[in-house]
Design a binder for this molecule. Sequence first.
Ligand code: IPD
Ligand code: CA
Ligand code: CA
Length: 254
Amino acid sequence: MLEQIISIVRQAGEIVLSAHDVWSQTHEKSSAADLVTEYDLAVERFLKEKLPPLMPGSLFFGEEEKENADPLTGWVFIVDPIDGTTNFVRGLKQSAISVALAHDGAVEYGVVYDPYKDEMFSAKRGGGAFLNGRPIHVSERSLSEGVFGMGTAIYDRQFLAPTMRVTEQLFRRSCDFRRLGAAALDLCNVACGRLDLFFEYSLSPWDHAAGGLIITEAGGVISTLEGAPMDYAHRCSVWASNQVNKGILRELEV
Ligand code: IPD
Ligand code: CA
Ligand code: CA
């Protein structure tokens, strides 16, 4: 199953790499900060056609769908066709395709693909996490020697003040931070030890489902900022960390 998902996601990456004149094929959803391009739609159409036949009876839960399946019942593909759409529109080349396959609300397979770097992150529950077929592991760095990633919860701007508060607290304890603009890749960057911690106040299931499994299979942890398990039916906050820094969550003023 994992290899089949990887093969389909790699093909979808060709659609992302073929992009041209993206601005002219970009539309606003709820605001100028919430964009969708013809490429997001094309990748999602491709994945919706190719993925469900891999698992008979499975359903599809995608960011650009008008009507979605219940993500908590049966086998469901949870898909972000392009995570990091703003980066994509602007040619920043920091975007990914994210595909999780969940069963009754538990993610069993996760694949995140950065077509620009040709980096394929993957995990199967209980089977470890991999980058281009090689095992990956979270770092063992403490935050005082580390760099954290964060996201600005752009679609839920009521979280601006707490986002800045947490960023300030973490920044004071760390070397630096990054806001790279594609949450699925942020999670994979924690999974392979390039970042030592990541947080964002509001993400959707398609942003974190695949990356969350990849983190835990790489030896890290993921929860909400309240310390609760991840929610695959609603937007929620995300706290992802290696083992060394996970306890910092309890010390933060959130
Ligand atoms: C967004 C990106 C971004 C994060 C947002 C997400 P999209 O996904 O992952 O980094 O800050 O919260 O919604 O809209 O580009 O698929
Ligand atoms: Ca996304
Ligand atoms: Ca997206």
